[in-house]
Design a protein around this ligand. Structure first.
Ligand code: NI
Length: 170
């Protein structure tokens, strides 16, 4: 496994619609292992392949708490098949927008259909943090960042703050 570099917004690759995976093979499984290692190192709770510059519909998530054993989820070609009418507001962050957070409104619960690491079709019904995280990651596959779900005013404010902190770091 290898830690990959995480792209920071406004990198153009983060805006692309990612391609579906045709076959879940060793290369895809290796990609998911690299993504998990990269995510754990960051640390973060979710990562989409476009964030490491790979334009494929692959997502990894792990919501285990610090004192719990790792519980990695590997999702290939995830697709949201149902969204609850109920919406909730939760604070979100993103490894591609380091140190930036904002409250985002999204459906409280979703169903997501995907292929697991063996290429078998699965469906998960999620609410709470998992629903939130899955929606955020699936957005990445369509070139959408959480700031794109905010008002232009808030989005611009965050992007300016991010640019400033990145310049300070350089
Ligand atoms: Ni993100």
């Amino acid at each position: 496994m290898a830690v990959r570099r995480i792209l920071i917004a406004p990198h153009p690759l983060l805006k692309l619609k990612a391609r579906p995976v045709e076959r879940v093979d060793d290369e895809i499984r290796r990609l998911m292992d690299d993504m998990l290692e990269t995510m754990y190192r960051a640390p973060g709770i979710g990562l989409a392949a476009p964030q490491i510059g790979v334009s494929l519909r692959v997502v990894v998530v792990d919501l285990a708490k610090k004192d719990e054993p790792p519980a990695p989820m590997r999702l290939v070609n995830p697709e949201i098949t149902w969204r609850s009418e109920e919406q909730v507001v939760m604070e979100e962050g993103c490894l591609s927008l380091p140190e930036q957070f904002a409250e985002v409104t999204r459906p409280a619960a979703v169903k997501v259909r995907y292929l697991d690491e063996r290429g078998e079709e699965r469906e998960v019904e999620a609410d709470g943090m998992l629903a939130r995280c899955l929606q955020h990651e699936v957005d990445h596959l369509d070139g959408i960042l959480f700031v794109d779900r905010l008002s232009p005013l808030k989005r611009n404010m965050i992007m300016r703050k991010l640019a400033k902190s990145q310049r300070a770091r350089a």
